[in-house]
Design a protein around this ligand. Sequence first.
Ligand code: SF4
Ligand code: SF4
Length: 326
Amino acid sequence: MTKPKVAFYWCSSCGGCEETVVDLNEDILKVAEAVNIVFWPVALDFKKKDVEALGDGEIAVSFINGAIRLEEQEEMVKLLRQKSGLVVAFGACAHLGGIPGLGNFWTRDTIFQRVYKEVPTVENPEGTLPQEKTAIDIGELTLPKFYDTVKTLDQTISVDYYLPGCPPPPDLIMNAVNAILKGELPEKGAVLAPDKAQCDTCPRAETKPEKISIEEIKRPWEIKIDPEKCFLVQGLICLGPVTRSGCGETCIRANMPCRGCFGPVDGVVDQGAKGLSAIASILGIEGEEKMSDEDAQKLINQIVDPAGTFYRFSLASSLLRRKRMS
Ligand code: SF4
Ligand code: SF4
């Protein structure tokens, strides 16, 4: 029997999604046994021309991680789309833009200025910036275009399924691989994780009251965190109310609030806005009374980096998408 062909590709991401494939441990042997990996630049020496030589739709499934920032990434994912029956957005950056998507708070020029000229560890007296074309004695060197705006995978090509998480956990990956092999996939466009919020599965859920009265919002390093109590009760921002479950509450069990990497549950179009509204609705009281505007403002001011807190993983996929530049 011919094994289904599978490809993996890495766009703008930290590489953690590729690590998690290795974290399948002995299950990776089962995957390797069941499929024929035809492209995996991080691990195997296939070239772009090998993908180009395949027929359209010949790859059964391409798992693509990372957001789209570079011209090269756009070109490769369009090629993989053409050659693949299914495309899975693998991990938070492909799914929502992820941490690279936070770059949408700046422009290409301000990022280059900061990274290549201003950071204290850079020594660049001539202020040289990367060029798309550089003439050298024996010809011309080229670099892919660095786009001004980071996009999610589905803002660039059509995506069939989403494996959420930063990175997706091995059990969800194995479930997805098994469902693909058996042809038991849900409707196109589904996120391959439970449609429940973290609070529904959280081991601390019983300690979360409906309304919470807190005097001060804290950051995790500022207090000794109680390992049993809901983080919100302790004044820590936890995005559990607006984040999809399925990670096994990884951060929460390690005594860290949920930062939202699994993205929203079905039907929520803007995880950050939903998070803001969820937190605002449970914090705005003092005992039995509604909090005064002044006290509410004080609490709001204590949220350091609200945009980065609520849109940490989802800015590129949000209604906002990027900061508007005049
Ligand atoms: S807010 Fe966070 S800690 Fe509290 S119940 Fe929800 S997921 Fe758990
Ligand atoms: S607890 Fe939240 S941030 Fe942590 S892995 Fe799960 S979804 Fe991601």
